[in-house]
Design a binder for this molecule. Sequence first.
Ligand code: GCO
Length: 457
Amino acid sequence: MNKNDFPKDFLWGVATSAAQIEGAWNEDGKGLEIWDVFSRIPGKIANNDRPDVACDYYHKYPEQLELIKSLGFNCHRFSFSWARIMPEGAGRVNQKGLDYYRRMIDKMLELGITPNATLYHWDLPYELECRGGFLDRDIVKWFGDYAELMFETFKDEIPLWVTFNEPIATYVGYGLGVFAPGRKGEKFGRQANHNLLLAHGEGVRRFRKVFGEKKPFDLSHANIGIVVDVWHHHPARKDDPGDIRIAELENEKTYRSYMSPVFKGFYREPLLQFMRDTGSMPEIRPGDMESIAEPLDFFGLNCYNRVVDSSDPKAVKDEIEHRGGNFMDNGAEYYPKAIYDALANVRENFIGDLPVIITENGTYSAAEDAVTGPDGKPAIPDPMRVRYFEGFISWLKKAMDEGANVKGYTAWSILDNYEWTAGYTMHFGIARLEPDGSYIVKDSGKWFRDLLKSDNT
Ligand code: GCO
């Protein structure tokens, strides 16, 4: 398999997000975002790790973009830090923040890398959180104003825009209290999600205001989408009503709770029932569902794995070992068909033939030791990750051969980075930044370099 097995204009990218890589948490006028604050509460994050420096991309972006280029990628998915641009989240604009993104995007374009920009990747300005954050309907206007500023500023440079990355993170932050901002209550989670979806719809309307009416997907102009992660839940015992019930409820509470309102304009009955049963029904005003379901130009699919559910852990183990995939050394199931299934699922149930970009796919390891490679240079063998990418990309190809309308694939991530509550303990990179400032390309990075090399014929 190599890149010639895919369409000529296929986008091959790596994904990152501002809070996970930029560092420079208090430089050049940046305001606080909720992870700056949350990570300072003892016990919330592994080792109490903080995103203060991360990969120092804020300063090192030129060399890190060169690294991306050197591996053969032609696309980079990144996110803007809202608090770097609007330190209070609304009102005042920090010109130094915009200048930084201008320099960074110029560098990308100079290298021939297509920018794929996400407006919101989990890092709400802390000042907005103090005003109620996603629980306040004003988030719709706050986000709309910020989004419009970004569309106007980078009108001519960015062909791919995403409103929100993985809305479920906001549920985890307001419903479960596990992510920033750390509020806990099913009703908070559901209200935050509803308001987020309204803000998404507003973002799309601002986009059309700036760029004009919807056109077919094409990189010669700007396109807008949303990113949802699909981790489809399967019952471990296919004929066990208990297992089926668990898996189905999870599917309703997770990806379907975003895909259905965004692409169909309604919440599905099982979710409404769940919200009624748990007293967590958000305030939904007349016209809300229509304003959430603004037509999009593409869908961003994050796909990492499937999930096997059962009330009996033995049944889960059994399903994975005997009927599904098998376990990787990080304990997760190796099930690369998840990407094929997810594409079929969204196509059939939600998006039809709308273009798709795989916006994230990757896997983690705990510790990885550097060794001396055959060329005498440091190397990091990560055979598990190579096998993972090989498997997922083969199944992606099969889906495309069978008609899936996929325009690009994006691996998570270029470097080991700040993995939210796991701090720096979970490594997703295909390369690593060393304490001395050098970079080691892992075997998985070399695998991509081979897949994408220009003399592949
Ligand atoms: C996501 C997350 C990333 C994570 C990655 C690995 O969009 O899922 O946005 O930020 O780092 O998924 O867990």
